[in-house]
Design a protein around this ligand. Sequence first.
Ligand code: HEC
Ligand code: HEC
Length: 225
Amino acid sequence: MRVVVIFASALTIAVLGQDAPKLIQASDCSSCHAVDHQVVGPAYNEIAKRYAAQTDAPDKLAAKIRDGGGGMTSHPDLSDAQRTEIAKWILSQTAAAASQAVQTYAYTLKDGTAVQLDFPLFVDAKGPKVTKDVFHGYQLYNSYCYRCHGTDATGGQLGPDLRRSLAAGMKQQGFLSVAMTGRKEQGMPAWAGFLSEQDVVHVYKYVKGRSLELVPSGRPASEQD
Ligand code: HEC
Ligand code: HEC
């Protein structure tokens, strides 16, 4: 009888250990965090590095996950055990992902200027079919952003022309940060928890293509056509 009990509790711990990625998946964390790069919040491997020498790190991080603050949401819905489980998992993400060689994609603008992007806009070098990411960005944009920022990113009554924001120097990181956390007082909603980081990166890619006048207005040609 006793053996069964010990076995059962050991099993519970093993299952808990595997649960952290699932808990993170089910919560809103991935809107703002990734393992190996900053999104809105710091990368998990950066957090792991920062707290490596601190023995009370699991408690500290669990408290941060509970209370949030500084741009992070609070998580009273998770139990103490779940928050500690997630904290321990984050602290285990120490192996920095090997930095991949950055591939670039060259495009020529209408005025002849050459630009280089770190992602492709088109399936073939010159288009016209946009990548799956860009097409998805177009769809998301015209479902969720157009009513304030204008159809096909042409600027609207309620929100600024995002093509201009990018032309003025806003980068993917800044775009993500505003899109995820919003500027509620100015009428810009927060999309964290509703759209994933990847979703917003797709919107960014679409708006970038629009801002460079490489992706046309209207429904762009896609791989599915
Ligand atoms: C809306 C964006 C957002 C969401 C959602 C979010 N975070 Fe954060 N997180 C942040 C920001 C921004 C910081 C940095 C805050 C600060 O410096 O005080 C942060 C900080 C942290 C830290 C502490 C880092 C440190 O060095 O002290 C941990 C751990 C963390 N987040 C884990 C999570 C987990 C786990 C979830 C999901 C349950 C989550 N976060 C959800 C934005 C977010
Ligand atoms: C309800 C209206 C509304 C919706 C919907 C909306 N926005 Fe906004 N957005 C705004 C307003 C208003 C601002 C300007 C805020 C300010 O004054 O700083 C803004 C600003 C921004 C900025 C910063 C631009 C800059 O130059 O600083 C980004 C990026 C952005 N929005 C992205 C998005 C994305 C992506 C979506 C769709 C997922 C979206 N917005 C949906 C109203 C909206």
